[in-house]
Design a protein around this ligand. Structure first.
Ligand SMILES: C[S@@+](CC[C@H](N)C(=O)[O-])C[C@H]1O[C@@H](n2cnc3c(N)ncnc32)[C@H](O)[C@@H]1O
Length: 370
């Protein structure tokens, strides 16, 4: 990246982030207590199990299409899908009808997923564009937060892009583009109204993926469930953050050695999907969504069947659902083909609802640390 900047000039944060994220997932083992961060399926089997049962229920609502594509974007260690497929065995017809498709760019993680999910014979894809035709049920947990963003700073004359350049010591630093960029029309009202110095974030990649998923759902049928962290209403602020060893790390230092993410702009994803004709349900706080799917009952059952693990199960339940943990920072958003009606857990969510007050984005309040 430094060579490119030296020869061609400053680059957008999106290019910086895309290269850093790809290198990071290609080389690092980031998940769990020994890694850089922990995700919901790595906290407890309950998460993947509930999403597996959600998928079964959705399949019935779709009219039990056979065959159909079960798709996961960014499956990490394959934990979510392994738990989901195990829970879904409750309905053998669902298991018999599915073909598993995993969208993953990291060769290292693909190898782990292939081994863990070998019984389901997954097909790998570098992007959703290569998925074969057919109705699909898609799950994406903490995928969109890894997609690249661009940042813009409000100045008196308009929005100037924040670019990555090199300082006198040959280290990455941020600077502003000399000319304003015509991005105001892409921003939500709260962001557009930000005062001088305010930051706007746009993920063209996130919007494009949401739009592509929605187009497929409209044409081929199905539903997509997106879980990630970010405010339900587009808000101004700098949310780019890096985590290394479970601790905040300066995002521009040693790219590729830390997990680089940004808050997901759920309103922007919903807008891109609605433009493509999909029905939108949510965003709904993750805690409420999991409670509606029955996480408390599942936790009670697990604690009952293994009393030695009761404290661990209770801690996981709190972590996944509590307002001061992942319960409200993370949102669930569902896109479906039009006319399907609300999916399980997302009843009374139409049309897209915002939170009563938008949260200001800021770095460092992303993934909760263990
Ligand atoms: C934060 S991890 C989430 C893993 C898993 N979903 C979980 O909840 O534990 C992000 C995942 O997305 C993958 N990923 C990141 N950028 C991607 C891209 N542009 N295309 C496909 N996969 C990507 C990573 O390799 C990794 O598997």
């Amino acid at each position: 990246m430094k060579g490119a900047i030296r020869h061609l000039g400053p680059i957008g944060l999106d290019r910086f982030m895309a290269e850093a994220v790809q290198e990071y997932y290609a080389l690092s083992e980031p998940f769990g207590q020994a890694g850089d961060f922990t995700t919901a399926p790595e906290i407890s089997q309950m998460f993947g199990e509930l999403l597996g049962l959600w998928a079964v229920d959705t399949w019935h609502r779709l009219g039990r299409p056979a065959p159909f594509l079960l798709v996961e974007l960014g499956p990490g260690r394959g934990t979510l899908m392994a738990d989901a497929l195990r829970a879904a065995r409750l309905d053998p017809a669902f298991s018999a009808a599915l073909t598993l498709h995993l969208v993953e760019t990291s060769p290292r993680l693909r190898a782990i997923q292939a081994e863990r999910l070998s019984a389901a014979e997954p097909t790998f894809h570098a992007a959703i564009e290569t998925l074969p035709p057919g109705p699909m049920i898609l799950i994406a947990n903490e995928f969109f937060d890894a997609l690249p963003i661009r940042q813009f700073e409000r100045r008196s004359g308009g929005w100037h892009e924040r670019l990555v350049m090199l300082d006198a010591e040959d280290q990455f630093r941020l600077g502003l583009s000399p000319d304003p960029a015509p991005v105001a029309a892409l921003l939500g009202p709260l962001v557009r109204a930000a005062p001088v110095g305010g930051i706007a974030e746009i993920s063209a990649a996130g919007r494009a993926v949401a739009g592509t998923i929605a187009t497929r759902l409209v044409q081929e049928g199905g539903a997509a469930l997106i879980l990630d962290y970010g405010p339900p209403v587009s808000a101004p602020g700098d949310s780019l953050q890096a985590l290394r060893d479970q601790r905040p790390h300066p995002p521009l230092i040693d790219p590729g050695t830390a997990d680089l993410t940004a808050h997901v702009d759920f309103a922007a994803l919903a807008g891109a999907a609605a433009l493509a004709g999909a029905a939108i349900f949510g965003p709904l706080p993750q805690g409420l969504f999991l409670e509606r799917l029955g996480i408390a009952a599942r936790a009670a059952r697990l604690a009952q069947s293994s009393p030695a693990a009761a404290a661990e199960v209770a801690a996981a339940l709190t972590r996944l659902t509590a307002a001061d943990a992942m319960g409200t920072l993370f949102q669930s958003l569902c896109l479906t083909r039009p006319g399907l009606g609300p999916p399980a857990g997302l009843e009374a969510c139409e049309p897209t609802q915002g939170a009563p007050a938008a949260t200001t984005r800021s770095a460092g309040n992303g993934r909760p640390r263990p």
